[in-house]
Design a protein around this ligand. Structure first.
Ligand code: ATP
Length: 554
C-alpha cells in the first residue's frame, strides 16, 4: 500500500508517495511520485494516483466488472444528438457567438476528423477498391450555362408556404398545393400566397456576371465527362466520383445537420452503353423493400434479398439491384445497424420523364424514415442537355462496333456527408448505465481519435514510454496523449469521443517495455510490446484480428 512521506529541506516541506515492496527477501521503500509542497494537495494527488494503481491492479487481475456485449444503440432525439455533438466538439452552429445562421454548421475537432474519415472511407470503397471508377474535384462556382443546361436555372425551386396558425414557413412540392397540412402543427397553409422559391444561391463573378454556387456536385461530372473519359482511358461501363460542397437555399433547414443550406455530397455518375447488362454479382444481402406498389396500397415494406426483389420485378434492372446493395453494404461494413435501413421506390409521379426507376436508401431517423441517399437512373438526359447547350460532341467511340453513341447514366448514387454522419452517430450512441457514461461505438475506421495514450502516473519514466508510443502512432493516425485526471475519467472521456483503444503505460511497462490496450466496447484488456503496438493497432482498426488474439489477454 503506498503511503505519504514528508521531507523537510531547507525549512520547506516536500511530500512524496512511497511504497514498501519486497525485493530479494527484504522489504524496501520505493519512491513513486512527488506530491508537492502542500499537505492537502499532496493527499488529493496521492488519492488520485492510488486510484489509478488500484484500477490498474484490478484490470491486471482481470476482475474489472465487464460491461455487456455491444447493445442496440440508445435512441435519442435529434436535439439531444445536437447537444451531445456540441458538448463533445463534433458540431457547432456556424457563427454561434453571433447567434448562429440557420442551415450552416461548423465541425469541431472531433467532427472534422469523423467527417474526413467518412469521406476517406467512401472514396476507398467507391474509387480505390474498384477498377471502374475514377474521381474528380470540380469547382463550386462554374459556368452559369452548366445550370441552364441541367434545368436548375428554370426549375430548381420549391414552393414556399407559410402556416396560417403557427406562422412557420415550409417547402412543399407543387403537387401538394391545396392538399397538405403544416408539418409543424397540422394547421392550414396559406396556399393563396404560395410562392416559387429558387434554391440556388446567386453570386457575382467579377463586376457583374451572374453565377451560382453549385446545388449538387453531379453536373460538374457531366460537364467534364468527355475529358475524364479520354484522360483516364476508361472503358464503359465506368463511373466518375466526386466529393464536395453543395449549396441550397432551403426554405426550412431543420433536424440539426439533416437539412442544411451548405452541405457535402458524395456522388457517382455510372455510365454504361445503352442496353449493356450488369456483369457484377449482387451481394447476398437483405433489406426492407418499400415498393411503389406497396406505398400505393398503403402496405408495409417487406424484408427480402436484393436478388429476390430483382427476380420478382420490383427492382427493374440488375444494375439498380447491384448499386442499391453496394450502397447498403458501405454502411453495413462500417458498423451501421442494418435494421434501420430500407429502400424506397419512387412512385411514378415522383419520377423524372427520363428516368425508368429510382430508389432512395432510407434510414429510420428519430424524426422518421427519411432519404439518406438517392439512387437514380438518369438515362442520357444530362449529357444530351450539355451537348445541346455547349454544341460539343460528347459521344464516345466503341472500338469493337465502330459506332459513336452517348452513354447513359444507369445509376447515380448520391449521398449527403452530413446525413451519413448522423447515421453513424445515432447507431454508435450508447448510454452505458454500468459505466455511467456515453460510449460512442463508432467503427474504428471512423473514430476521430484512434487511440488515447495514458501514463498511469505523471512520472518521467512513465511519460518517456508514453511519448515514445505517441510518436510511433501519430505518424499514421490521430492519437492523443492524456495524462490528467484519474484513469476512470480518462477512459470515460475517450469512450464518449468514440476512441476505440486506450493505451496505458504502468509499472510493468517499465520492466517489460509493454503496454495495456483497452477495448472501448468490451473494456477487455490485452498486453502488447511497445515495438508491436503500431502493427497491432493497424490490424485492430482494420478489423483484421480479434481483440483477444491481438496480445496477451489480461
Ligand atoms: P430531399 O428530398 O431530402 O430534399 P433531394 O431528393 O432533394 O433530398 P438529392 O437532390 O437527391 O436530394 O440529393 C442527394 C443527396 O444529397 C440526398 O440524398 C441527401 O443525402 C443530400 N442532400 C440533399 N439536400 C440536402 C440538404 N439540404 N442538406 C443535407 N443533405 C442534403
Amino acid at each position: 500500500m503506498p503511503f505519504i512521506v514528508k521531507k523537510r529541506i531547507n525549512g520547506n516541506d516536500y511530500y512524496y508517495l512511497r511504497q514498501s515492496i519486497r525485493e530479494e527477501g527484504k522489504v524496501v521503500s520505493k519512491y513513486l511520485a512527488y506530491l508537492g509542497k502542500n499537505r492537502g494537495e499532496a493527499e488529493k494527488k496521492a488519492k488520485e494516483i492510488m486510484n489509478n494503481i488500484e484500477t490498474n491492479q484490478k484490470i491486471v487481475a482481470g476482475n474489472v466488472p465487464k460491461t455487456e456485449e455491444p447493445t442496440e444503440a440508445t435512441k435519442i432525439s435529434v436535439d439531444d444528438m445536437a447537444m451531445f455533438c456540441k458538448r463533445k466538439g463534433f458540431v457547432y452552429a456556424s457563427g454561434e457567438i453571433y447567434g448562429g445562421l440557420a442551415g450552416f454548421w461548423d465541425f469541431g475537432p472531433l467532427g472534422a476528423e469523423l467527417k474526413n474519415n467518412l469521406k476517406r472511407e467512401w472514396w476507398k470503397y467507391h474509387v480505390y477498391s474498384r477498377e471502374d471508377v475514377v474521381g474528380i474535384d470540380g469547382s463550386i462556382i462554374t459556368h452559369p450555362m452548366v445550370w441552364k443546361a441541367s434545368g436548375h436555372v428554370d426549375s430548381f425551386s420549391d414552393v414556399f408556404v407559410v402556416c396560417k396558425e403557427c406562422k412557420k414557413p415550409s417547402k412543399i412540392d407543387r403537387a401538394e398545393i391545396g392538399k397538405v397540412k403544416c408539418i409543424n402543427c397540422q394547421g392550414e397553409y396559406d396556399f393563396a400566397n404560395a410562392k416559387d422559391f429558387m434554391l440556388m444561391f446567386k453570386t457575382t463573378v467579377g463586376l457583374d456576371t451572374l453565377a451560382y454556387l453549385r446545388p449538387e456536385t453531379a453536373q460538374l461530372i457531366f460537364a467534364d465527362f468527355k475529358s475524364v473519359s479520354e484522360n483516364s482511358r476508361a472503358k464503359l461501363p465506368f463511373g466518375i466520383a466526386q466529393i464536395g460542397k453543395a449549396f441550397r437555399n432551403e426554405i426550412a433547414p431543420r433536424d440539426f445537420i439533416f437539412r442544411n443550406r451548405e452541405f457535402e455530397q458524395m456522388e457517382i455518375e455510372y455510365f454504361v452503353k445503352p442496353g449493356e447488362d450488369c456483369p457484377y454479382e449482387i451481394p447476398n444481402e437483405e433489406i426492407l423493400v418499400f415498393s411503389a406498389e406497396a406505398q400505393e396500397k398503403a402496405e408495409e415494406p417487406v424484408k427480402m434479398k436484393f436478388k429476390e426483389a430483382l427476380e420478382k420485378g420490383i427492382i427493374k434492372k440488375k444494375w439498380h439491384a447491384y448499386w442499391l446493395s453496394n450502397e447498403f453494404l458501405f454502411f453495413k461494413n462500417l458498423g451501421a445497424n442494418t435494421d434501420n435501413f430500407r429502400i424506397r421506390q419512387h412512385a411514378k409521379t415522383e419520377l423524372a420523364h427520363y428516368s425508368s426507376d429510382c430508389w432512395d436508401l432510407e434510414y429510420n431517423f428519430p424524426f422518421g424514415w427519411k432519404e439518406l441517399e438517392g439512387i437514380a437512373d438518369r438515362s442520357n438526359y444530362d449529357l444530351k442537355q450539355h451537348e445541346k447547350f455547349s454544341k460539343k460532341d460528347l459521344t464516345v467511340f466503341d472500338e469493337e462496333t465502330k459506332e459513336r453513341f452517348l452513354p447513359e447514366v444507369i445509376c447515380e448514387p448520391s449521398l449527403g456527408v452530413e446525413r451519413a454522419f448522423l447515421v453513424f452517430m445515432f447507431d454508435a450512441y450508447h448510454d452505458d448505465k454500468k459505466r455511467n457514461n456515453i460510449v460512442l461505438k463508432l467503427h474504428p475506421k471512423l473514430s476521430p481519435v484512434k487511440a488515447a495514450i495514458f501514463p498511469i502516473i505523471k512520472k518521467p519514466e512513465f511519460e518517456e514510454i508514453a511519448t515514445k508510443v505517441l510518436s510511433i502512432l501519430n505518424q499514421e493516425w490521430n492519437v492523443l496523449y492524456d495524462k490528467s485526471g484519474s484513469i476512470g475519467r480518462r477512459y470515460a472521456r475517450n469512450d464518449e469521443a468514440g476512441t476505440p483503444y486506450c493505451i496505458t503505460i504502468d509499472g510493468d511497462s517499465l520492466k517489460n517495455n509493454d503496454v495495456t490496450i483497452r477495448d472501448r466496447d468490451t473494456t477487455q484488456q490485452i498486453r502488447v510490446k511497445v515495438s508491436d503496438v503500431k502493427d497491432v493497432l493497424r490490424k485492430l482498426i482494420n478489423r483484421e484480428i480479434e481483440f483477444e488474439k491481438a496480445g496477451r489477454k489480461l
